[in-house]
Design a protein around this ligand. Sequence first.
Ligand SMILES: *Cc1c(COP(=O)(O)O)cnc(C)c1O
Length: 221
Amino acid sequence: MSIRENIHSLRTSLPKDVSLVAVSKFHPADNIQEAYDAGQRIFGESRAQELVLKKQSLPEDIEWHFIGQLQSNKVKDIAPFIHTIHSIDSLKLIEEVEKQAGKHGRIIRILLEIHIAREETKAGFTEEECKDLLSSIHLEDYPHVLFGGVMGMATYTENTEQIHQEFHRLKVLFDEIKSIYFTEKKGFNVLSMGMSSDYKIAISEGSNMVRIGSNIFGERI
Ligand SMILES: *Cc1c(COP(=O)(O)O)cnc(C)c1O
């Protein structure tokens, strides 16, 4: 199937309230353009340098999301245009996003990445760390940061029961955080979970944003 057909079949099969982030990392700008021409507007990239380069040759109205590990010294490169950063895993990063977004008079939406997988390798806050962080900061100190929700990745496994459980935990945490820290604040409404192999499970557990790469663009080279 072509990129165009993949985009169409995904867009018609996803529930209306679920946003699709087309993960285009490692794929050339031409492929992104093809997805764009099929109507896709939200794209996810995982390396700052690659994103900055590709962006130059692509339409202005793309909504760029950053989904990979982000070093704080790279925030300045994407701050002029990035819409959402899914991979926020430290206070240091939040402070850097505030500083750089402020310089451009922008508000950048961030998602707190939560470690839900049993694998050691995956990044993110533990549930405890996340709540401690939110208890210790004042949201008013970050006028250029929109706390938009949470992101998580399940363990890469054939065990679908385990994937269900991990996504379920994240949904429970999301609801809890929202009701404790964001009752007065608008905008905390994104539950970013689900990739090519597990997005259907994620949606059944309450995801409202899926990040899909290989199912659209084919395997990464
Ligand atoms: C690469 C990546 C994806 C997309 O993975 P696919 O399996 O290709 O759909 C989603 N989320 C994150 C954080 C990624 O790094």
